[in-house]
Design a protein around this ligand. Sequence first.
Ligand code: ADP
Ligand code: ASP
Ligand code: MG
Length: 418
Amino acid sequence: MNSTNVPTYQRTNVPLVVVQKYGGTSVAGVERIRAVAKRVAAQAREGDRVAVVVSAMAGETDRLIKLGREFTAEPMSRELDLLMATGEQTSVALLSLALRELGIETETFLGFQAGIVTDENHGRARIERIDAEPVRTALESGKVAVVAGFQGATKQGAITTIGRGGSDTSAVALAAAIGADRCEIFTDVDGVHTADPRIVPGARLLPKITYEEMMELADAGAKVLHSRCVEIAARYRMPLVVRSSFTDGEGTWVVPEEEHMEGAIVSGITCNTGEAKVAIRRVPDRAGVTAAIFAPIAKAGINVDLIIQNVSEDGYTDLTFTAPKEDLRRAMTLAENAAREVAAGRVEAAGDIAKISVVGLGMRSHAGVAHRMFEALAKEGIAIQMIGTSEIKVSIVIDIKYAELAVRVLHEAFGLAA
Ligand code: ADP
Ligand code: ASP
Ligand code: MG
């Protein structure tokens, strides 16, 4: 560890085992794939053992989903997974060819060939285990392993995908399975910032962030890392760094809390426009009703996020919750059925919302963050529809048309600019 407690890796005679992951923009065309190959080759020529995990070329997964949706509106299925997984199949093949063009020996793996075993939840499967022997053997024989991100297979051999943005998780899980020394996530920004630099141009690069804060940021919508990848990195204490595939900066190290003592009150602001709001009117106010409504929704695997319930004087409540937009149709159907059963009123949905969150470890010991947040938004005339808090996060739901303004206003209010 150096003076800033950012792990540095001194060269020794022992080869390092490194997993590098390249996202969609980094492999978006022939020249970019060549640039990635050069970077990987340089690392391999240093004597390191390198496994590379790649995403589909930018826009490809969206294109494939749209194509599949021409034929079905059904939820994710075995066939849709088979279709989506071809995006990563293309990019591993191309990167492997580009590496060979540079004289690097490679072995190319689809998810199942890399031993990635998942459950059967198509479109959002979870990795159950990785039989890392094939990748390890390739590395030991001096080859670069080129592994398709985002995909795995069930025990029965059906191809699965692990959720949008999931290649980060493939990379960290593989790093843990092969006992890598570190996992590097190469992307199109030079690290984790105090807010999405596309929304706040003055957002500051964070040299370090704790696992816990990163998990909350990712969960709340900072798509720079997939939240499950941070969970796995934390569990295995895997050194994780996010850096640019276009420049040579140090990037952001995700570290345990004890290595980041001076944790700021607020580390970052996020914006999530991927959720919708469902409101059930006139729900009878008696014990067991709320449980009866949420049971089928939970059973369907729909992730309910914020919930508010207000009781009125006449013995009825209004119950509002948020859920991912992609699950809205199913959530509506389940809520309507449940509403009928408990004799509640009508069910309404709205997709024009944004969830804005403020995250920081320092909130544990500093009161008043929520208050400052409400005040800053009030000054801009932005109405708050829902509020949720955790130990290190405050989230609010607002009209989507104010989403970017709210992020900028809060970034300013908490003094996060460079
Ligand atoms: P990749 O294809 O490499 O996985 P993603 O598009 O999934 O890349 O993630 C990188 C993007 O995340 C950036 O281009 C940026 O717009 C966005 N982003 C959102 N929040 C943040 C943040 N706090 N710091 C950095 N990037 C962020
Ligand atoms: N290609 C997948 C997606 O677009 C996985 C990833 O990029 O991480 O969601
Ligand atoms: Mg990503």
